[in-house]
Design a protein around this ligand. Structure first.
Ligand SMILES: NC(=O)c1ccc[n+]([C@@H]2O[C@H](COP(=O)([O-])OP(=O)(O)OC[C@H]3O[C@@H](n4cnc5c(N)ncnc54)[C@H](O)[C@@H]3O)[C@@H](O)[C@H]2O)c1
Length: 363
């Protein structure tokens, strides 16, 4: 078993990574909490695949379990489902010392985490992420929340889990698009923090995608969690260093917004965002052109939906101006001065940089 620690003093927690851990969780969660009552929150797809076996395992270990299922998809990260879950938990009589387990992708993790953050002023929760994106990113770091009609992820709380349990075997049922999208977030870690990890991805992208070597997959997951844990441990609430995790996400969020949130998977839009941020880094003379070409070539091996043909730089810039990372001084862009090393630059307007990049891609 690979174990990574998120070091937050009294709220520190482990991330355990082990194939098959999904049906071995009872003794581990006993170490996190004395609670014997568990609300297992999941979505309909994950429930059918893994819900029953996790419930059976917990019941056999003496837990009183309640299964709460929401529809799969981003629409469940809403006030409506937050309230429904609170109501079901109140009716079930769950108490301050009950536990929430989030079993699923980033949608379930964010929603169930926020349910736990707000139920009876906050109860303990455990993340069991089942998508690649959730295993390397959203389950670690304590950001929980729901969407508001005026924007994504605008309502939420920092609420750290008691632990994160990652079963790489769960990736075997994941869709091709969710695998490639998740690998986009994996690539982000190499780009921002570790050139050797970037090289590992460069050498093994296709075998990581096909899950042909589970030891290699477990090491990749541990590497990503270690990088995220280090960053979160140093800057829990995004006052400084944690901003580097937004690398690639400025254009990504704009792309998601102009395409109505239903064209790209989040991670797919991240991959385009990584390419744009690396291209801007080259254009600003921060990143050597050979390094950009290397990144661009690797990104070319990802299977992605094409950029919509009618995409306009002005439209994307308008969405970027609404970005949460926009400050009075301008838009803070996370850029690279080398593979594995970031710098932050503030720009007033990125329309030319978007136009130039789109023109390059369309050549
Ligand atoms: N909290 C954070 O720090 C953070 C970071 C990044 C992203 N996010 C959020 O994460 C969400 C996206 O997460 P996601 O990409 O995991 O999407 P998701 O949770 O919607 O999962 C994608 C799809 O995969 C299915 N699925 C999940 N596990 C599966 C498995 N093992 N086998 C087969 N199907 C499976 C789900 O039912 C869903 O249909 C967004 O809401 C985003 O805002 C949060």
């Amino acid at each position: 078993m690979n174990t990574v620690t998120v070091d937050l003093g009294a709220r520190s927690y482990p991330i355990h990574i082990k194939p098959g851990i999904l049906n071995q969780i009872a003794p581990i969660i006993q170490g996190f909490s004395d609670s014997r009552e568990v609300a297992l929150i999941t979505d309909e797809t994950v429930s059918k695949l893994y819900g029953q076996s996790v419930l059976d395992h917990l019941s056999a270990a003496g837990y009183t379990t309640f299964l709460f299922t929401v529809p799969a998809g981003e629409d469940s990260k809403s006030y409506q489902y937050l309230e429904k879950l609170h109501t079901k938990m109140l009716k079930a009589g769950l108490k301050r010392d009950s536990l929430v387990i989030a079993l699923g992708g980033g949608v379930v993790g964010d929603l169930a985490g926020f349910v736990a953050a707000t139920y009876l002023r906050g109860i303990g929760f455990i993340q069991i992420p089942t998508t690649l994106l959730a295993q390397v990113d959203s389950s670690v770091g304590g950001k929980t929340g729901i969407n508001h009609i005026l924007g994504k992820n605008l309502i939420g709380a920092f609420h750290q889990p008691l632990g994160v349990l990652i079963d790489p075997d769960a990736l075997k049922t994941l869709s091709v698009r969710d695998m490639w999208g998740g690998l986009g977030e994996v690539l982000k870690y190499g780009l921002i923090r570790d050139v050797e990890f970037f090289e590992t991805i460069e050498q093994n992208l296709e075998s990581l995608f096909s899950l042909s070597d589970m030891d290699q997959v477990s090491s990749m997951l541990a590497m990503c969690c270690q990088i995220k844990a280090d960053v979160v441990s140093a800057d829990e609430k995004e006052g400084g260093l944690r901003r580097i995790l937004n690398f690639g996400h400025t254009l990504c969020h704009a792309l998601e917004a102009v395409t109505g949130y239903d064209y790209f998977r989040h991670g797919e839009a991240v991959v385009y965002g990584l390419d744009w941020a690396a291209w801007v880094s080259m254009r600003f003379d921060l990143l050597d052109s050979n390094q950009y070409e290397r990144i661009h070539k690797l990104i070319g091996r990802f299977e992605l939906p094409p950029l919509p043909e009618n995409l306009e730089a002005d439209q994307l810039q308008a969405k970027m101006a609404l970005d949460k990372k926009q400050t009075a001084a301008g838009l803070n862009l996370v850029l690279l001065d080398a593979i594995g090393s970031t710098v932050i630059q503030t720009v007033q307007d990125a329309t030319d940089e978007i136009k130039g990049w789109l023109n390059e891609l369309r050549k």
